[in-house]
Design a protein around this ligand. Structure first.
Ligand code: F6R
Length: 577
């Protein structure tokens, strides 16, 4: 979603801001802008891609050593230049970039109007700029402290003040914000956007504000200066290039064997990160939910109890009576998904133990939960997750303990084989040219993989797709099957071959075109086409069977000329509920 970059460093800021915005593109955005402080604050904004912003910059002089930039994913108001950040205060004194949601926006808007200022945008963020100028009496840090004390909700703020053109001011509450140090000082919502000259970072905590100069930063909490830890900015946090691949999605697909190997060999977990308690709930959104669902049979096997799998956004409204000793495992690739963070907070309020499984150690979710297990998949740039999913399955396999240890160890090698087996899907993509709707069906762990396959196809090709438990098809959805409807049948569990054959026959009788993803020659023979997978433990199989589904979505989207790494309307990290 929205991304923030800021830089002050005794050299031209605009190119550094643009490079930072490009690194933030993967998060998803629909407009972007930068502001630079010189004799006065000047800004350039544009709807659409950063390339459009660059074109406008060619026609504008934006000179200054200190500036802020933003990629916006519209929430309050459409993607227009007025709504695009940075927002200026009416007197031109302050420029503001903001990630998050100001929940008391209406009340503050009224306050600003009462002071004689008419906001020009629909955004909650613009109001922050006006409040800063209303509360300003010469010290921007004091104005910022007064302003944030009025804000309810979540915010990461980057601020310029025309009276102090070499400084950036920052504030953080429930939305990530980092300060980077090196040759110059940087502010960003995301380590991947920091320039190469930055080698150390401070992760700001909730309630902190900061003043950044070219030589470093001073951090404050409730008006008092505080010491903050600096850590090395690991190269793994920086966005790597495409390394010759045409898209990040395919690059990241091919990184899966290595990423899974890192997950399972890593000791990147808290001391008490294990399965514990009297019952387990797995919680996540989107693909993280699908990964959790695919592992339910495995966790039920090891715990000997039924395991809940909940969508984070729904967990908040469940009426469950607190059960002493329940453990909630919250899965999130980014660790910044608002629904999942709120679910973790709710779980804690109810007295449950909380364990985060995330790919980003320095994330809000890791900090919110009692304990963590880090998947170490490396930065994921493609909006559609691939290695995020497979490493989550591997991480849950790790938690499942000894019974699954041997099967978990095999996953990197099996993922490698699945990647190779999927290469033939390039030719199958043609079958989807006129597809009205595509089905993905499976049972047990294969059901989680089927849901994920449908999600992948929908998000990057924009073709309607339904992930369905194979047994459910006949209870209604089968009415959509007609001649040529593509149906992907996932079957990795030998115990389910008989039932899978029945489902496949039922579809084919109605004219459906079936592509099998299976390790069973018998199932493969019953399908119109098949991807042969190596045999895999049926309770961990989603880490392997999902790979052909990712590839299929990729090939279909490629044929259709879609913007694969940045699909329409989507954001990488969904930081609003
Ligand atoms: C789909 C996808 C999303 C995410 C979801 C949760 O490809 O990436 O469905 O899985 O937004 O994100 P995280 O895992 O970062 O909490």
């Amino acid at each position: 979603m929205c991304g923030i970059i800021g830089f002050t460093g005794g050299r031209d800021a605009a190119p550094i801001l643009i490079a930072g915005l490009k690194a933030l593109e993967y998060r998803g955005y629909d407009s972007a802008g930068i502001a630079v402080a010189g004799k006065k604050i000047t800004s350039v904004k544009s709807v659409g891609r950063i390339s459009a912003l660059e074109k406008k910059l060619d026609e504008t002089t934006l000179v200054g050593d200190c500036g802020i930039g933003h990629t916006r994913w519209a929430t309050h108001g459409c993607p227009t230049e007025e709504n695009c950040h940075p927002h200026m205060s009416a007197d031109g004194k302050f420029a503001v970039v903001h990630n998050g949601i100001i929940e008391n926006d209406k009340e503050l808007r009224a306050l600003v109007r009462a002071a004689g200022i008419e906001p020009i945008s629909d955004t909650d963020s613009e109001i922050v700029a006006h409040l800063l100028s209303l509360y300003y009496d010469g010290d921007p840090v004091v104005a910022l402290g007064r302003t944030v004390s009025r804000l309810k909700g979540s915010f990461a703020l980057g601020v310029l003040c025309a009276d102090h053109p070499d400084e950036i001011y920052a504030a953080k509450m429930r939305s990530p914000l980092l300060i980077g140090y090196g040759d110059g000082t940087c502010l960003s919502s995301d380590g991947t956007a920091m320039p190469q000259s930055i080698n150390e970072i401070t992760v700001l905590a909730d309630g902190q504000t900061a003043r950044l100069t070219k030589n470093g930063a001073t951090v404050y909490f409730r008006g008092r200066q505080v010491q903050c830890e600096r850590t090395k900015l690991k190269s793994s946090r920086r966005a790597a290039g495409l390394s010759g691949y045409p898209h990040y999605m395919i690059k990241e697909m091919y990184e899966q064997p290595e990423a899974i190997a890192r997950t399972i060999s890593s000791e990147c977990r808290g001391k008490r990160a294990g399965l514990r308690g009297t019952g387990v709930s797995l919680i996540g959104c989107g693909s993280s939910y699908n990964a959790a669902l695919s592992c339910r049979p495995m966790l039920e096997r090891v715990t000997g109890r039924s395991v809940d799998v909940a969508l984070a956004g729904e967990f908040l409204y469940s009426e469950r009576v607190p059960a002493y000793g329940r453990q909630c495992i919250l899965l999130s690739q980014s660790g910044e998904t608002a629904d999942t963070i709120s679910a973790a907070e709710e779980a804690k309020r109810r007295g449950y133990g909380t364990l985060a499984i995330t790919n980003v150690h320095a994330s809000t979710l890791t900090r919110t939960c009692d304990d963590y297990l880090c998947t170490r998949a490396g930065p994921e740039i493609s909006v559609a997750t691939t290695k995020g999913f497979t490493t989550q399955v591997a991480a849950l396999g790790l938690l499942a303990g000894n019974e699954f240890a041997a099967a978990v160890k095999e996953l990197p090698g099996l993922a490698e084989k699945a990647l190779r087996a999927s290469e033939g899907l390039k030719d199958s993509a043609v079958k989807f040219d006129n597809a009205g709707c595509v089905f993905f069906m499976g049972r047990g762990a294969d059901y989680g993989a089927a849901l994920e396959g449908a999600l992948k196809l929908k998000e990057i090709s924009y073709i309607p797709a339904i992930g369905i438990a194979a047994g459910e098809l006949k209870h209604g959805s089968i009415s959509l099957i007609e001649k040529g409807t593509p149906v992907i049948a996932v079957c990795t569990d030998d115990r389910l071959i008989g039932k899978s054959l029945l489902s496949i026959a039922t579809v084919k009788t109605r004219g459906g075109f079936v592509i099998g993803v299976t390790s069973s020659p018998e199932v493969a023979a019953a399908c119109d086409e098949a991807v042969m997978l190596p045999p895999v433990h049926p309770m961990l199989s989603a880490a392997v069977s999902v790979i052909p589904l990712q590839r299929l979505a990729y090939e279909v989207a490629l044929r259709l000329g879609r913007d694969i790494d940045k699909p329409r309307n989507l954001a990488k990290s969904v930081t609003v509920e």
